[in-house]
Write a protein that binds this ligand. Structure first.
Ligand code: ATR
Length: 484
């Protein structure tokens, strides 16, 4: 532990699990770290448990904490999102001087970050909303970090963050994302993509279990095999671990004793809400959020279970589907749906970036998500290449490599959805992703009819395929057309 005469390069306020792990990560990487927590027991515990790991300067007041930082002061706030974050930012701003940097490392809503940045900038300080992904383990051993805020602050903050971030092929998983709320927006969409990724894995598991009749242990093996191919990712890897876990108390597979009601902290919901406001169809993320909500509608589900008609259900055998081929089809359906989810997430980031003038580079995101975060995957290298080939790509699905992949995946994808439907098994993201794909590539959409209906009941007008202008049919008169 350090003596008080050396100042700290970085400070952490809020020493719950994420904050203390981040502080330890900085210390292990050779930085002197100022630490402060509202209740001193957490500060004392960090120092007594991990003091020998590096140089910490503990403080009992925010004023002492600020005084223990070298200038420009850099303090990361890791307290509860919302009011607590506002309170701590206010205390820090009061104690700091012009040019100092306050970093909010929590999962703040990007609109809050935009507001806070304005308020703090007006006081001559820098405010950086930084998304930090990777959970507790990532915070300690190398997260993926998405800092927003003024580019100037990254000059001083960047090297510090780069020293603690995950590192893939010599590239740290952190970069300046863009001004004000860009970092938290991108982190939010990252979490939305994570929801969709987890849901498609869940749908694949469900089909292998209840259509193919495989045991959790057998499915774990299938996921291990899949992890050696295109689907190689942290989420597939941990899925195999969860599925092979046996409950010590009952001897049952753990998965069978876990209540099937998924929790959520809200970032997936925020992603869907922001997409609705931006008018971007993130159907995979939306369905994943709704699937969690439906799973948690326990009383409704209890009333419906065994109590709603099913229609005529088939088995795989009835459909003449070979089990081994079905397993491969499910892998392909998972991969295709995952592609759609990522393409849609990147669409939302582009829309957010355009709306707020953030100039976010999607290539950077795919690069820094390759390590440290929950959606880390080999597949992200392909996304980097896609944006290398065409930085203005309209949709990831249009990248030549992914287009080729989709060509190989489509027949399997369609077969899986047919089978799931005939067996009565829910596949909300698999199915909606295919509908999205078929909509995107369709020559004509039923939107023409919607325009006709809108014009009929509300005189909302329509455009014609053969000439410019807006038109209205006089539906309640002689049904002639007028240009408006
Ligand atoms: P976790 O989920 O990891 O426990 P969290 O709930 O997001 O973390 O944040 C908890 C942290 O926020 C704690 O450090 C807490 O301080 P205390 O240990 O004193 O409770 C901090 N925190 C919450 N509200 C705060 C406030 N109003 N002012 C300062 N710190 C606050």
């Amino acid at each position: 532990m350090s003596t008080q005469n050396s100042l700290a390069q970085i400070g952490v306020v809020g020493l719950a699990v994420m904050g203390s792990n981040l502080a330890r990560n900085f210390a292990r990487n050779g930085h002197t770290v100022a630490v402060y927590n509202r209740s001193t027991d957490k500060t004392d515990k960090l120092i007594s448990d991990y003091g020998p790991d590096g140089n910490f300067i503990p403080s009992k007041t925010i004023q002492d904490f600020v005084a223990s930082l070298e200038k420009p002061r850099r303090a990361i706030v890791m307290v509860q999102a919302g009011k607590a974050t506002d309170a701590v930012i206010e205390q820090l701003a009061d104690a700091m001087d012009e040019g100092d940097i306050i970093i909010d490392g929590g999962n703040a809503l990007y609109t809050d970050t935009i507001r806070r940045e304005k308020e703090i900038a007006a006081r001559g300080l820098h405010f950086v909303g930084a998304g930090i992904s990777g959970g507790e383990e990532g915070a300690l051993n190398g997260p993926s970090i998405m800092p927003g805020g003024p580019a100037k602050s990254y000059e001083s903050l960047g090297p510090l963050l780069e020293s603690i971030a995950a590192n893939v092929d010599g590239t740290p998983c952190v970069t300046h994302i863009g001004p004000d709320g860009a970092g938290h927006f991108v982190k939010m969409v990252h979490n939305g993509i994570e929801y969709a990724d987890m849901q498609v894995i869940g749908e694949a598991y469900h089909l292998l279990r209840y259509a193919a009749g495989m045991t959790p242990a057998e499915i774990a093996e299938v996921f291990r095999e899949w992890n050696a191919g295109d689907l190689d990712s942290y989420l597939i890897e941990i899925t195999a671990e969860v599925l092979s876990q046996v409950d010590a108390e009952t001897g049952q597979p753990l998965i069978d004793v876990i209540v099937d009601a998924a929790g959520q902290k809200g970032t997936g919901r925020w992603t869907a809400k922001a997409a609705l406001d931006l008018g971007i169809p993130v159907t995979a993320i939306g369905e994943a959020v709704f699937a969690r909500a439906l799973s948690g509608a326990t009383s409704q589900r209890a009333d419906a279970q065994g109590n709603l008609p099913t229609g005529q259900l088939s088995t795989l055998a009835d459909l003449g589907v070979d089990r081994q081929e079905f397993v491969e089809d499910v892998r392909r359906a998972l991969y295709a749906s995952k592609l759609v989810a990522y393409a849609q997430g990147f669409d939302e980031i582009k829309a957010g970036s355009d709306e707020y003038d953030w100039d976010v580079d999607p290539r950077d995101l795919a690069t820094i998500w390759r390590g440290g975060c929950i959606i880390r995957a080999k597949f992200l290298n392909r996304i980097v290449e896609a944006y290398d080939n065409d930085p203005e790509l309209e949709s990831l699905l249009l990248d030549p490599y992914f287009k080729g992949e989709l060509g190989d995946l489509l027949d399997s994808w369609r077969r899986v959805i047919v089978a799931a439907t005939r067996l009565g098994l829910p596949v909300p993201v698999f199915a909606s992703s295919l509908s999205y794909y078929d909509s995107l590539r369709a020559e004509r959409l039923p939107a023409a009819l919607i325009q006709g209906q809108r014009d009929f009941f509300g005189a909302h007008t329509y455009r014609r395929v053969d000439k410019d202008g807006s038109f209205h049919t006089l539906w309640s008169a002689d049904r002639s057309e007028v240009e408006v």
